[in-house]
Write a protein that binds this ligand. Structure first.
Ligand SMILES: Nc1ncnc2c1ncn2[C@@H]1O[C@H](COP(=O)(O)OP(=O)(O)OP(=O)(O)O)[C@@H](O)[C@H]1O
Ligand SMILES: O=C(O)C1=C[C@@H](O)[C@@H](O)[C@H](O)C1
Ligand SMILES: [Mg+2]
Length: 181
């Protein structure tokens, strides 16, 4: 496990979870602390397409965005030791889960709808939260997604009340208990 800077994982870490569950924060910490190459799926797609995620949804449609996500995951199969902060909808497609599992561990970050609401209240760059930025709206979408998220996960980490650093420590502790293949 990369508890020192010299260790390199022979696989990727895919962080999945609901919007605001902390994927980007955890990925950024792992990148800073362990020098793991970092891949932000949303950012990469937005950069390549030359527009923001809300603009992409609006002009090209959600299906176009979902196809771009799948293509990107297939590209990432040739990487290793990379921490990938996935888009929140990635685990909803079986082919995406297959692509992640081919060379990675899938780590699900969870948080209560109340925690998510406080974490996402600061910005409007999440088109799927439009009109449902309240506990009931978040909970409904979360329940809809839960089966796919849980089925995809090799590890699940509850993040409520934990600091990003603690979450990262827990990831590595628990990865030591999972099979290496
Ligand atoms: N463990 C934590 N404790 C407190 N605040 C957190 C924690 N993790 C993330 N946050 C804060 O919550 C907000 C959302 O976090 P982040 O952007 O990492 O989530 P995300 O899962 O990447 O969301 P998205 O799917 O929308 O990209 C940020 O403001 C971040 O600073
Ligand atoms: O949960 C989702 O479906 C999404 C989450 C974001 O990361 C973006 O990928 C986009 O806003 C869709
Ligand atoms: Mg993010």
């Amino acid at each position: 496990m990369p508890m020192n800077e010299e260790y390199s994982l022979p696989y990727n870490l895919f962080l999945i979870g609901f919007m605001g569950s902390g994927k980007s924060s955890v990925a950024a910490y792992l990148h800073r602390k362990y020098e793991m190459p970092l891949f932000e799926m949303d950012e990469t797609i937005a950069e390549r397409e030359g527009m923001s995620i809300p603009e992409l949804f609006e002009t090209m449609g959600e299906e176009y965005f979902r196809a771009a996500e799948t293509a990107l995951l297939i590209e990432l199969q040739s990487n290793q030791n990379t921490v990938v902060s996935c888009g929140g909808g990635v685990p909803m497609r079986a082919c995406n889960v297959e692509a992640m599992k081919r060379n990675g561990k899938v780590i699900l970050l969870t948080a209560s709808p109340e925690t998510i609401l406080t974490r996402v209240s600061g910005n409007d760059n999440r088109p799927l939260l439009k009109g449902r930025k309240n506990v009931a709206g978040i909970q409904a979408l979360m329940e809809q997604r839960r089966p796919c998220y849980e089925a995809a996960a090799d590890l699940t980490i509850a993040t409520d009340g934990k600091k990003v650093e603690e979450i990262c420590r827990e990831i590595f502790q628990r990865l030591q208990g999972t099979p290496a293949d």
